[in-house]
Every structure is written in C-alpha cells, then in structure tokens.
Write a protein that binds this ligand. Structure first.
Ligand code: SF4
Ligand code: SF4
Length: 447
C-alpha cells in the first residue's frame, strides 16, 4: 500500500512513505566485516569530477591503504588500495553507476592485510590539530560524500569566498527503504561521528551544526543526543519519516526552515551538508590518517536469507557479498543503493562495490509492471517535493517535446522517483524524464 505523507511536523511538501520499508531486516543487526575479496576492482572514478590518475602499473605490489591513483584537479579524489596484493591489470570494467566500462585498477590479494607503512606510522593526533592539517588529511584520504552524491569532501571545505557558511547540516535521515547502514553506524560509532563533525566544523570555520535523524530511528537519536549533550553548538532533532527526507533541500527545510531553488546549492542559504558516514570517514582520516578504503553496506531484500550490514572493502565483487549474506538462487533483480534512487544492475558477475554505494538490494519475484495511460489522478503532482508536474513531463517526453519540457522546468527534477512510485498507472515517469534530459544535453552539445 502506498500513501502520500501528510506531515504533522514542520517539513517539506510532498514525499512518500512505503508502508513496509524493509528496514526491519537489518536495523537490529550489528555491522560485521565482509570476507576479503580475492580480487578488488578499484575504479578511477568513484566520485563526481575528474577521474583519478593511476600511479601504479600492472605487476606492482601494493599494500592496504597505499595511494594508487591521484586526484586530478580540484574536483576529484584519490583512490587507495583496499587490500594488499599485486596489481594484475588496469583495464576497463563495467561501472555499476555509469553503466559503461570505465578504467579500474585490479588487485589480486596477498595474505598480508596490514596497512602500508606510512599510515601505520601516523600517530594519534591530539584534538588541537590545525585546520590545514585537517584539510590535508581529508583530501589525502580520498573522502567523498557517502550518502550517494560522491562529491569530494575537501571541496566543501573551501567554499567560495562570497558564501558564508553558518551551519553544517548532518544527514542522519537515511530515508531510502531497506537501508540501515547509517542507522547502525550512529548506534555503534556515535562518538566518532561527532568528533569527525567537529573537525569538519573547525576546518570550515563554522560554529553551528544541526543533525537530522528520521523518527523511525529513535534509538540512534537518543544516543547521538546524549553524545552531544555537552556540545552547545551541535543540535540534534528528529525529522519526519518520509522519503526523500534525507535530500539536501528537504532536510535543510525541515531542520532550518531555509528554502532554495532546486538547481541551487545549499551554499545559497549558508549551509553545507554532510552525511553521518562521511563524518565517520573524516574521523578515521583525521585521527589515524586512514584513507577511505571501506564502508558499511546494507545487503538486504527478499532474495537474501541472512540480511546484514557489512564493513566492505571497496572494489569487492557483489557476488561475494551476496554469498556472504546467503542469497537465494532465484533472485531476478539487484539494485545498487536504495530502491527509490538506486541503479538496477544488469550483470551481477561483474558488479563491484564503489565509494558511493550504501546498499545492495537483491529481490526475487520482483514484479514487472505494465504501464497504462495517465488517468489524471494527480498523485504524482502531490508527491513531487520540487513542485513539478510529473504527469505533464512524462507525456511531453513521449511526444519528444523537449522545448516545452524545458519551459516546464524538467531540469529541476532530482529523479527522486516519488512520482513513479506512487503512480497507479505505473507510468515510467523518471525513465521518461531521464531520457528527455539526456536528449536535451545532446542538443546543447550540438548547438
Ligand atoms: S522524480 Fe522528478 S518529477 Fe518525479 S517526484 Fe522526483 S523530482 Fe518530481
Ligand atoms: S502520471 Fe500517474 S500519478 Fe500522475 S496523474 Fe497520471 S496516473 Fe496519476
């Protein structure tokens, strides 16, 4: 059963919430390490921006945490070896998000799993570390936004001079169905998240932070609230349980009441947003000099016998994670990320994990819907958090009337999927909008 959420709390307009959001499969389970991959496939592009440049060659021996590809320019991020072993190839591999083959460094695992000497030698820092050193460690570690956006974190530390940031918003909403990796992290590492946040705030010169956690994670809320009880600069609040409560526009509106246009950045209203997993990665980087080589991934869905939250080395083949979680033999759909904005995978033999992926959902008997004509019910319009008319946009896309779509603000669509999800005619609205955006982009290149 689906319903448009009518919120009682001060929050955003629109959004949806599935009655059964699948979170109960893993919310009560502690994070466990996934088995180490025999081969790790590390893409040069696991972030928004320029792909990193390899600094190793086929045949080189590398150690866990070693820098293997350097960021190229400001909006780019380093890539490090997630296991120790030998570089057996640098070759194109199917990228699970881009949907095409992109270059990856492929490492075959050796027995030794100790950190590269440089990192092993970095002493614990004291809390008075300088802003410059915080910046250096975050940038060196190759940290990107782990809520899925994969924007290099060091870029957020250097906002344009004319934009004053007065608030860091921390996203602990985790509004996508099934995913509980952030929930578990908040329960198991609240101190580390808050300390990572404090270093981020110090580096950016911002004195206030506000953490938003969805109302279905009251245990995490209470724990984080307790952790910040002596920190007057950090507020924590429950936010409405609905999707996409964790999106930047929606969480800023819910917590601060500040609004900005769909195509603007939070900077416009004096805010920068980080995810709780990103704050944890900042802690690891600043305190221990550890690069981003692993993250928590929820492996769940009705095709999994033992759903889990795993600590996963980046580049681990998904097939291995599915086996770790006891996949059933009859799955017919694999989604990377949550079911709302995630990317369905065509080939699980080649699929591997990347920095931005917080969930792998394996489904059996996933229904294939036949779409029918729009019945003008208006539910998609009610659900769109950005005030668009998805019904009209989908019809215009079918008619290939891209000029009128531009006039109807198609580029403001965030592809959140609320409209497709709630449509009783099962119209592929997001697919039609994505198609139109790609055609508009092609026309702009040709012009
Ligand atoms: S996918 Fe686009 S049109 Fe549909 S609800 Fe989300 S923002 Fe609105
Ligand atoms: S596209 Fe679907 S949800 Fe939107 S008005 Fe038509 S039938 Fe209703």
């Amino acid at each position: 059963m689906l319903r448009v959420v009518k919120s009682k709390l001060k929050t955003f307009v629109g959004g949806i919430h599935p009655k059964d959001d699948g979170k109960s499969f893993t919310a009560g389970k502690k994070v466990v390490p996934a088995s180490l991959p025999n081969k790790a496939y590390l893409f040069l592009n696991q972030h928004i921006g320029k792909p990193a440049q390899p600094i190793v060659q086929k045949g080189d021996t590398v150690k866990k945490g070693q820098l293997i590809a350097e960021s190229q320019g400001f909006i780019s991020a380093n890539v490090h070896a997630s296991i120790s072993g030998k570089v057996v190839d640098i070759a194109p591999w199917p990228h699970p998000i881009a949907g095409v083959k992109l270059p990856a460094i492929i490492i075959e695992r050796a027995e030794d799993d100790s950190w590269v000497e440089d990192i092993a030698a970095i002493p614990d820092i004291d809390h008075n570390i300088s802003e410059a050193e915080i910046m250096h460690r975050i940038k060196s570690a190759g940290i990107v936004g782990l809520g899925g956006a994969t924007f290099p974190t060091h870029v957020k530390l250097a906002p344009p001079k004319d934009k004053k940031i007065d608030m860091v918003v921390v996203n602990g909403a985790e509004c996508e169905p099934y995913l509980t990796c952030d929930h578990r992290l908040m329960l198991e590492n609240p101190y580390e998240i808050i300390q990572g946040l404090k270093w981020f705030m110090k580096c950016i010169g911002c004195n206030s932070a506000h953490i938003g956690i969805e109302g279905n994670k009251k245990d995490a809320y209470l724990l984080i609230k307790d952790t910040v009880s002596k920190e007057s600069a950090i507020k924590v609040d429950l936010v409405e349980v609905k999707y996409p409560q964790g999106a930047e526009h929606q969480i800023i509106k819910a917590l601060l009441g500040r609004e900005f246009k769909p195509r603007q950045l939070p900077l416009e209203v004096g805010v920068t947003v980080i995810n709780v997993s990103t704050a944890f990665a900042i802690y690891e980087a600043v305190k221990y000099g550890r690069p981003l080589i692993q993250r928590i991934i929820t492996v769940s869905g009705n095709g999994i016998e033992n759903p889990q939250n795993f600590f996963v080395r980046l580049g681990t083949p998904v097939k291995q994670l599915l086996e770790d979680a006891k996949v059933t033999g009859d799955i017919n759909k694999i989604i990377f990320g949550g079911p709302m904005m995630g990317i369905a995978q065509g080939d699980i033999e080649t699929a591997v994990t990347v920095k931005g992926i917080g969930g792998i959902i394996a489904l059996r008997k996933a229904r294939k819907w036949n779409s029918s004509a729009c019945i003008r019910c208006g539910r998609c319009i009610d659900s769109c958090p950005y005030g668009l008319n998805p019904s009209e946009l989908s019809v215009l896309s079918e008619a290939k009337n891209f000029d009128l779509m531009l006039e109807s603000n198609v580029l403001e669509c965030k592809e959140c999927g609320c409209c497709s999800y709630i449509c009783p005619s099962k119209r592929p609205i997001v697919h039609l909008i994505k198609f139109a955006k790609a055609e508009i982009a092609k026309q702009e290149v040709r012009a």
